[in-house]
Design a protein around this ligand. Structure first.
Ligand SMILES: Cc1cc2nc3c(=O)[nH]c(=O)nc-3n(C[C@H](O)[C@H](O)[C@H](O)COP(=O)(O)OP(=O)(O)OC[C@H]3O[C@@H](n4cnc5c(N)ncnc54)[C@H](O)[C@@H]3O)c2cc1C
Length: 442
């Protein structure tokens, strides 16, 4: 190592991707500094509530068993909200352990403790203001207090990644590539949550509900409002939040807080949080540009990972798994460069090959058109089909003494009456395109 270097690798940002990157470097006995602006772990970070265990295991190995969680999330409900109720589908596997509900400060604290025990030098409460460059290569970081030098810097600084923008590796996001999300942590006692959600009392069950539709309450007046509402059960807290595309918010001149307030009044959601006390309110951005908006992932002396690289599959609420695995691959790529003594973009591009082999670029590629299609058909998904599903189930469930055959026929023809047939074809076309993209994937 060149004497002026303080470490072999510097990692900026101690979220899942940064911690994972730092850990994989430290495990090979290389010197790694992990710099985080927050004073305590996870305090700047936010998510719905599920961290995926396969990725945790892959990154933390034998230490995986040390993770304390609040519940195992093994019941999933997709609910299409209408103005008076909903149509729901639930998949439940009481033995599944694919996701843990862990609060962010608990998640990051536990991950950092393991990283430190493996030799990562953790510097909290320190904002990296810019990168230090020499001869066209990043050679270190400038913090508010001092400079640190290393031949490789891994940028794991999250969705805004000012540092990637400083290097011009990434353009500013357009409003339709970004979701603004707000979330309330609503406290209720443990027993109430277990009764309300039909859970066992040993924390081995937990629920994730995803709600679609915006045709209710005051939200009815807004056009093209596609929103994804989520609910997770923790031990004695419910996390309830919503994400809306920034373009939809600005078009409708809508404040996202008002949307969450309206959601809390929906007749299917209000009883779930009744008598709960909001103990935390947070907001965060989610990069939703997907495959088409991936930045330049490497440059001389630098690698970008996690949310900073836009690695999120918003359709399935997957981000921590992308962050953990891309961080690990970034760390492993840094090790290859250290081994070769060559920190150029050319050598570091081994990272891209690793990403291509993993699920990360495969999934992002398969889903490259899905989010765009969802937004382009947002009124269909949020308004029209929840209404049509309601009409269908009214026929099926109400014994109204009218012939079922007559009602079903009328229902079928109503698609042609109350909607321009071209719109129906566009919906079918968009849905088919998404299914085929995902099916044929990479
Ligand atoms: C509302 C919402 C719900 C979500 N739900 C889920 C879910 O249920 N499951 C799931 O898997 N994913 C979910 N995600 C996505 C997931 O949270 C992210 O994909 C994941 O946290 C990304 O990890 P990261 O390490 O790349 O970035 P982050 O977790 O954002 O970490 C970045 C870190 O960098 C630090 N930092 C930034 N700039 C600097 C700087 N200049 N100097 C020093 N430090 C800096 C920040 O303080 C932060 O700690 C959700 C996201 C949101 C917003």
């Amino acid at each position: 190592m060149d004497t002026k270097f303080n470490a072999d690798v510097i990692v900026v940002g101690a979220g899942p991707s940064g911690i994972s990157a730092a850990l994989s470097v430290a495990k090979s006995n290389k010197k790694v500094i992990l710099v985080e602006r927050a004073s305590y772990p996870g305090s700047k970070n936010m998510y719905g509530g599920a961290v995926y265990t396969t990725a945790l295991k892959e990154v933390f190995g034998d230490d995986f068993d040390k993770f304390k969680y609040e519940r195992i999330i093994n019941s999933h409900t997709w609910s299409f909200l209408n103005d008076t109720g909903s149509f729901e589908m639930t998949y439940k596997n009481n033995d599944a352990k694919a996701a843990y509900a862990i609060k962010r400060f608990q998640l990051e604290s536990q991950m950092i403790e393991i990283a430190k025990a493996n030799g990562v030098y953790y510097i909290p409460n320190t904002l990296v203001t810019n990168l230090i460059q020499e001869n066209g290569s990043v050679v270190g970081i400038q913090t508010e207090q001092e400079k640190y030098y290393a031949p490789i810097t891994i940028l794991a600084d999250g969705v805004n990644s000012l540092l990637a923008r400083e290097l011009k590796l990434r353009n500013d996001y357009k409003t339709h590539d970004i979701i603004l999300s707000v979330k309330e942590a609503i406290k209720l006692d443990k027993k109430t949550i277990e009764t309300r959600f039909n859970l066992k009392d040993d924390l081995s069950n937990g629920v994730n509900k995803q709600f679609f539709g915006s045709d209710f309450g005051k939200l009815k007046q807004y056009k093209n409002l596609f929103m994804m509402t989520f609910l997770y059960t923790f031990k004695d807290t419910i996390m309830l939040g919503v994400g809306v595309n920034l373009a939809d918010l600005s078009k409708n001149k809508l404040n996202i807080n008002e949307i969450l307030d309206e959601i809390k009044l929906h007749p299917d959601i209000a009883p779930l949080i009744k008598d709960g006390q909001t103990v935390e309110y947070s907001a965060h951005l989610i990069p939703e540009g997907g495959y088409k908006k991936i930045p330049k992932l490497t440059s001389n002396g630098v690698i970008i990972t996690g949310d900073a690289a836009g690695f999120v599959n918003g359709v399935h609420f997957e981000g921590t798994n992308f962050a953990l695995i891309s961080g690990k691959l970034a760390g492993e790529s840094a090790l290859v460069a250290l081994e070769n003594g060559d920190y150029s973009q050319n050598t570091l591009s081994v990272y891209i090959k690793k990403l291509e082999k993993s699920f990360i670029l495969k999934d992002l590629y398969s889903y490259r058109n899905v989010i765009e299609s969802l937004y382009s058909r947002s009124d269909s998904l949020s308004r029209y089909y929840p209404k049509k599903i309601k009409e269908l189930f009214e026929i099926v469930t109400s014994a109204n003494c009218i012939s079922k055959s007559k009602q079903i026929k009328e229902y079928f023809f109503s698609y042609f009456k109350d909607r321009n047939i071209i719109e129906v074809f566009k919906d079918v076309n968009a849905a088919l395109k998404c299914v085929l993209d995902v099916f044929f994937g990479k």
